[in-house]
Design a protein around this ligand. Structure first.
Ligand code: SAM
Length: 312
């Protein structure tokens, strides 16, 4: 029952795929379907929507709204994607014509978001190592009309950053496997909190965080990369603030966190202070069901160009 309540807190988010049509066309489409545009939806209403205040091209419907039968969904013109999950590409914000890596791409929510943000220009090199999930990624990229995405069924950690094919890569999105503890409805936390399961949980988190840190450090090796976004749908500081702190330490001053003023400044839930230990928690972003989203975490690194004037 508690989980149902948490689920009801989370709105139905609909990202308009601007590769296929404009935002105003999408708004008109939903109005023509009988939905009413309001300033703020009431969770109990069935036929209302509003425009999200933080993410461009995102519509917000009451949580019970199902759009699976809507032609716009069938045609890849809208993507049903949690608001928090939209933060990663929105904060990376690669300009049109840039060369971007999406390191852990399937099923492709963030790849297709990047594609639209880049106005279907430039190049996104997407990696996914799992064959089945790779097939889903290919389908989603094609359904969303992405012309700037090259998909590779490959382990990102096996790529050679110095390979000339990556010499122009300036932006990297890292959304690696995580515990998923932020996803409402997974009920994992009920298992994880069992006392006799404590050591297993620690073991799993240690393995995940080692991989997560490895993937950030690998991304930092790409010679032209200037911006890296790291995100998880985990609530555990071990996969979030701690991983970011360790990756920064390992970068020996070559990278720093983008300050709050450049990372969704109007979003009020930031990193965990007590756990950040030396990392500016205000630079980090957290999301929680209290914000109407699943639990999520985002950090954005940028290359430090002027070593002489580097801040600590
Ligand atoms: N970014 C995706 C989205 O928004 O739709 C979700 C990514 S999911 C959290 C993580 C994905 O990374 C999984 O599909 C997993 O198979 C893949 N993965 C894990 N390790 C990888 C690696 N070393 N190289 C490439 N893909 C990897």
């Amino acid at each position: 029952a508690q989980e149902d309540e948490r689920q009801a807190q989370i709105s139905r988010y609909v990202r308009v795929n601007t590769n296929k049509w404009s935002f105003s066309e999408a708004v008109s489409h939903f109005i023509a379907q009988g939905y009413v545009r309001v300033q703020c939806i009431s969770p109990t209403s069935e036929k209302e929507f509003h425009i999200d205040e933080h993410i461009q091209n995102l519509l917000v419907f009451p949580s019970k709204t199902s759009l699976l039968a809507d032609a716009a969904y069938g045609g890849g013109m809208v993507i049903l994607q949690d608001k928090a999950s939209c933060f990663s590409a929105a904060i990376l914000a690669p300009p049109p014509d840039s060369v971007v890596i999406d390191a852990t791409a399937a099923p492709g929510n963030k790849t297709t978001h990047l594609s639209a943000l880049m106005k279907n220009t430039g190049q996104i090199i997407a990696f996914e190592k799992d064959k089945k999930r790779f097939a889903t990624l290919e389908k989603m990229v094609s359904k969303a009309g992405c012309k700037n995405v090259e998909t590779n069924c490959q382990d990102f950690l096996q790529t050679q950053p110095s390979d000339p094919i990556f010499s122009q890569v300036t932006h990297i999105l890292l959304d690696p496997s995580c515990s998923g503890s932020g996803i409402v409805g997974r009920l994992d936390h009920l298992v994880e909190n069992r006392e006799d399961d404590g050591s297993k949980k620690e073991d799993r988190l240690r393995k995940l965080s080692t991989f997560q840190r490895q993937i950030i450090e690998h991304a930092m090796q790409f010679p032209s990369v200037v911006k890296i976004v790291y995100s998880t749908c985990s609530t555990h500081p071990e996969e979030n603030e701690d991983v970011v702190r360790d990756a920064l330490t390992a970068s020996s001053g070559r990278f720093e966190l983008v300050p709050r003023s450049e990372a969704l400044p109007t979003w009020s839930r930031r990193g965990l202070d007590s756990k950040s230990r030396g990392v500016d928690a205000q630079s980090l972003i957290r999301c929680s069901p209290e914000d109407g989203t699943n639990g999520f975490f985002v950090a954005c690194f940028r290359r430090v160009h002027n070593r002489g004037k580097r801040k600590n």
